[in-house]
Design a protein around this ligand. Structure first.
Ligand code: ATR
Length: 266
């Protein structure tokens, strides 16, 4: 019997995780089966307990349950505690244990797949919700020169910024005159209305605009390209966070290049 894993979220019907993990299993020879669980808004814990009772070894957690998964766990890794969110559950211990591989997924996509050095970079993080929270500490630890968090609701940006020394918060309207090497869109804009207009001159020469969303060409990426920046969606982050979860569960890091290339090819 293969060990059982799944992604849990709502909605999950279009999740690419089962396909990605099937490729990883085939390439590494690990005997796993990976499914998808669509949980009702109030049914996260029930579905997890059911899966665990049936022998399930681990779950990936996606929207909207990452915060609830963090609170559900008896223990977590430091990186999950910093994010206050769990995207990887380990269920084969006495108590449920949580990890978060989103931050390392973003960093690996930026540095390995996209070949960017973060050393000395001026970074702008757009958004202050769960997605931004998950990547702030890993970005801050990657040797960047500075991080500014800009959010539609500046108070939320300030609440997030105080968690990491040296990080500055502002609203979108106070970005004028500042320029960055890396701009990461961690807002839900694109799914949830349009991003407010960003100032001209936001991108330094050679800058990269990175949208954590994937599967569509967002207004943010179009705007960045028009301003002369390189632009990339979050598909690589998706594959890299999956590979890190696979490593956490199985002790083997799958190669991501062919999987990402296949997804890009459609
Ligand atoms: P999640 O936990 O999934 O990130 P969230 O906590 O609702 O979701 O956060 C969504 C983020 O996208 C927030 O930064 C939100 O800005 P506010 O804090 O001001 O709500 C941002 N966001 C959502 N829609 C947006 C839009 N149309 N324009 C700009 N920012 C938007």
């Amino acid at each position: 019997m293969p060990d059982r894993y799944a992604v849990i979220g709502h909605p999950v019907a279009h999740s690419k995780s089962p396909w990605i993990h099937a490729q990883f299993a085939r390439a590494t020879g690990e005997a796993i089966e990976y499914g998808a669980i669509d949980a009702p808004a109030d049914g996260f814990v029930h579905e997890v307990e059911k899966f665990r009772a049936a022998g399930g070894k681990g779950l990936n957690v996606t929207l909207p349950f990452k915060g609830e998964a963090f609170r559900y766990c008896a223990g977590t890794t430091e990186r999950a505690a910093a994010a206050q969110a769990v995207n990887t559950l380990l269920l084969d211990r006495a108590q449920p244990f949580g990890d978060n591989t989103d931050g390392v997924g973003l960093l690996r996509d930026l540095t390995v797949n996209l070949g960017r050095s973060l050393a000395g970079a001026q970074v702008l993080l757009l958004g202050a919700g769960g997605a931004a929270q998950g990547v702030l500490a890993p970005l801050a630890q990657a040797g960047v020169a500075s991080i500014v968090i800009a959010n539609r609701t500046p108070a939320r940006a300030r609440a997030l910024a105080v968690r990491v020394p040296g990080v500055v918060a502002c609203g979108f309207d106070t970005l004028d005159g500042r320029a960055f090497d890396l701009v990461v869109n961690a807002t839900a804009a694109g799914l949830d209305g349009e991003l407010p207009r960003l100032p001209q001159g936001l991108f330094r020469p050679g800058a990269l605009a990175y949208d954590m969303l994937y599967g569509r060409d967002t207004e943010f990426l179009a705007m960045a390209r028009a301003a002369g920046a390189a632009a990339c969606d979050g598909l690589g982050m998706l594959v890299e966070q999956a590979a890190e979860s696979f490593l956490v569960w199985r002790g083997v890091r799958p190669d991501t290049r062919t999987v990402l290339a296949a997804l890009r090819a459609g």
